[in-house]
Write a protein that binds this ligand. Structure first.
Ligand SMILES: C[S@@+](CC[C@H](N)C(=O)[O-])C[C@H]1O[C@@H](n2cnc3c(N)ncnc32)[C@H](O)[C@@H]1O
Length: 217
């Protein structure tokens, strides 16, 4: 059973048109800066074993996985087929609007790690997605939800528009725990751009992540 946390007005977006239209044209851009991406790749290197079946949910043409590691499999989901086909890390892909259909076409206990990068902030029904992720992960599997302080504001639900970085971490954790996830780990770190800008004290995109592990029982 899905436990609702958000109110209906929390789910509203400035642009209520079909998300598929917004993502109809491929965007071969980086949504996060180099400092953020390096931190995310390092986290994946530390946490995800090579034997893992990985699901990169809400992905694009990049997955930020460490290049030197070959995983057992990497499944990709997104809203733009051209972006997914251009992503060299993905073994198989599917397109699905998660704001209109939250049922994931994957078997229960079939993946070891789920990644959502710069995506959770567009979910209008995050509770149902959190419940599905708990279903499809194997016991001991992990979910890594990473994001920064930027978004396509017209496509983010009201709750995300109004919240601070800390609020965002807490709402993701609350939604997960309400569906039966154990209390997740929360990361909030500054990043630095690589090279001279970083050496001179330049700031990169803030790195925020919620890491949750499905219990072994
Ligand atoms: C800012 S991009 C991030 C892409 C990628 N994860 C990355 O790190 O560059 C947001 C992604 O969220 C996904 N997305 C947004 N709204 C969605 C929706 N309604 N249903 C499914 N996916 C959605 C799309 O795949 C889109 O590429």
């Amino acid at each position: 059973m899905v436990v609702q946390i958000l109110r209906e007005l929390d789910r509203r977006k400035l642009d209520a048109s079909d998300d598929g239209l917004f993502y109809a044209a491929p965007r071969f851009v980086q949504h996060l800066d180099a400092g953020f991406r390096a931190r995310l790749t390092q986290l994946y290197r530390q946490r995800i074993p090579a034997c893992a079946d990985v699901l990169d949910l809400m992905t694009s043409w990049v997955s930020h996985l460490p290049e030197e590691i070959t995983y057992q499999s990497v499944i990709g989901h997104g809203l733009n087929a051209e972006e997914l086909q251009a992503n060299p890390r993905l073994d198989r892909v599917w397109v699905q609007n998660l704001n209109t259909n939250q049922a994931l076409p994957l078997e229960s206990a079939s993946v070891d790690a789920v990644l959502i990068t710069a995506g959770w902030q567009y979910l209008q029904q995050p509770e149902a997605i959190a419940a599905e992720l708990l279903r499809i992960l194997r016991p001991g599997g992990q979910l890594i939800v990473a994001f920064s302080n930027r978004m396509f504001a017209q496509k983010a639900p009201q709750i995300w528009l109004e919240g601070s970085d800390q609020d965002h971490l807490e709402i993701v954790a609350r939604v997960l725990v309400a569906q039966g996830w154990p209390q997740p780990e929360l990361l909030a770190e500054p990043t630095r751009p690589p090279g001279p800008l970083g050496w001179l004290g330049g700031q990169g995109d803030p790195f925020l992540a919620v890491i949750a592990c499905k219990s072994l029982a």
